[in-house]
Design a binder for this molecule. Structure first.
Ligand code: SAM
Length: 361
C-alpha cells in the first residue's frame, strides 16, 4: 500500500511514466490531493460511495462530518469535480449516497448533491438507479417506514459515454421465452397450421399464412428471434386500433398477422440485492460487489481503468480485478487501505488456486 500524506511526497512523474499513476494500487491519502495527480481524461469509470452526511465517524476522518448540509456538499463537490476532470469524454461517474434525517425530516442529501453537481460541475445525470435492499436493517419505527432504498447516480461529462446495455443485469434477467404457446422442437407452430385450416380465410390467404408461418418458425429455429404469436381472423381476438399498415389492418387485409418476439429484456433502473457484510471487516459501511459489477459491465470494457476515491474496504477494486479491469483505490484511512489490500491479495490467491486446479483437470 502506498501512503501519501501530501502531493509533494509522491515521487511519481506522470510525464515520465507511460503508465497511469497508481495502476492496480490502493493508496492511502486524501482524495482531494491524490486526484490532482491523475491526468485529465484518463479514467474510464469512477464508481464510489462517499461517507454519508453525519452518519458515522470513520477511522481517518475525511469528508462527512461537516456541520451543515451545504458544507458537506461543498467538500464532496471539490472531490467530485476532480473526478469529472479525470474521466475520459467516454467515461462515467457512478456515485451512491444515502440520506439522513434531521429533526424528524429527511434532508434529501443525495438529491441536493445531484442537483449541485449537475449545475456546477459540468455533468449530466443519465439515470438515478435505485438500489432496493432486500434485507434492510430491521429497525421498527412507530411513525415512519423502514428506508430500504438508496440511489446510485450515473453522471457523464459528454454524450460519447461508453454503454453496453446488453451486459447489464444479464444473468438474472435472461429473456423469458414462453415457447410453450408455440410448442418446441418439431412441434413449433404446429397448432397454428391447424388453426389456419380451421379458419374461414380464403385459400389464397391460407397459403400466404402458411408461408409466413414457415418463415417465422425458421427464424425461431435459427435463434434469430425468441418466439412469436400469430393472430388469425375469426379465431383470435382483434388488436385495438393501430395505424395504417398496423396489425388490425393486416388482419383485415390478409386474414392473419404475426408478432415477432425479440426477447430483449427491459433494462430497468432498479437493482435488488442484499446489504453485504464481510467477516472480520473493520469497515462499517461496505456496498455490494454485485452492484459495482453491474455498472462495470454496463460502462466499461476489459482493460479499462476504474477509480474509487473512497475505496474503504476495497469492494470496487475487488469487482474491477475480478472483471479484468484496472483499479485505483484511494482512502484516507490507513486501516481500511490495509484491509482492502489484504482482501485483494486473498481474491488474487483464490483465483490462482482456481486457475491451477482448472489447468490440472
Ligand atoms: C462509505 S465508505 C466507502 C465504502 C466502500 N464503498 C466499501 O464498499 O468498502 C467511505 C470511505 O471514504 C473514506 N474517506 C472519507 N474522506 C475521504 C477523503 N477525503 N479521501 C479519501 N477517503 C476518504 C472513509 O475512510 C471511508 O472508508
Amino acid at each position: 500500500m502506498r501512503k501519501v500524506k501530501d502531493q509533494a511526497a509522491v515521487v511519481y512523474s506522470v510525464n515520465r511514466s507511460t503508465k497511469m499513476p497508481f495502476w492496480n494500487e490502493i493508496v492511502c491519502g486524501d482524495s482531494a490531493d491524490l486526484l490532482k495527480l491523475i491526468p485529465a481524461n484518463s479514467i474510464d469509470l469512477v464508481i464510489t460511495s462517499p461517507p454519508y452526511f453525519q452518519q458515522r465517524e470513520y477511522d481517518g476522518g475525511g469528508v462527512g462530518n461537516e456541520e451543515k448540509p451545504h458544507e458537506y456538499i461543498s467538500a464532496l463537490m471539490e472531490i467530485f469535480c476532480e473526478c469529472v476532470r479525470v474521466i475520459k469524454p467516454t467515461g462515467s461517474i457512478v456515485l451512491n449516497i444515502g440520506d439522513k434525517y434531521e429533526d424528524s425530516s429527511l434532508l434529501l442529501m443525495p438529491y441536493r448533491f445531484a442537483l449541485a453537481v449537475t449545475e456546477q460541475c459540468g455533468v449530466k445525470l443519465v439515470n438515478n438507479i435505485t438500489w432496493v435492499k432486500s434485507n434492510p436493517t430491521p429497525r421498527q419505527f412507530k411513525r415512519r417506514l423502514v428506508s430500504s432504498t438508496e440511489p446510485f447516480f450515473h453522471f457523464v461529462k459528454s454524450q460519447e459515454y461508453k454503454y453496453f446495455l446488453d451486459e447489464f443485469l444479464k444473468p438474472i434477467e435472461e429473456p423469458k421465452t414462453n415457447n410453450n404457446d408455440i410448442g418446441t422442437g418439431e412441434n413449433i407452430g404446429k397448432k397454428y397450421f391447424l388453426l389456419i385450416e380451421q379458419s374461414k380465410l380464403t385459400p389464397k390467404q391460407k397459403g400466404m399464412a402458411r408461408n409466413a408461418l414457415e418463415e417465422v418458425i425458421g427464424e425461431v429455429r435459427n435463434g434469430e428471434i425468441q418466439g412469436f404469436r400469430m393472430k388469425i381472423r375469426g379465431i383470435h381476438s382483434e388488436p385495438f386500433g393501430g395505424q395504417e399498415g398496423g396489425r388490425k389492418i393486416q388482419l383485415d387485409k390478409n386474414g392473419f398477422t404475426i408478432i415477432r418476439i425479440y426477447g430483449n429484456p427491459l433494462k430497468k433502473d432498479v437493482i435488488i440485492t442484499p446489504v453485504e457484510s464481510l467477516k472480520n471487516c473493520p469497515h462499517p459501511a461496505i456496498y455490494p460487489i454485485k452492484i459495482v459489477e453491474e455498472f462495470i459491465k454496463l460502462l466499461t470494457q476489459k482493460g479499462d481503468i476504474i477509480l474509487d476515491p473512497f475505496v474503504g474496504s476495497g469492494s470496487t477494486a475487488v469487482a474491477a480485478f475480478q472483471s479484468e479491469r484496472i483499479y485505483i483505490g484511494f482512502d484516507i484511512s490507513e486501516e481500511y487501505c490495509l484491509y482492502a489490500q489484504k482482501r485483494l491479495s486473498s481474491v488474487r490467491h483464490q483465483l490462482s488456486l482456481w486457475e491451477k486446479n482448472n489447468a490440472n483437470t
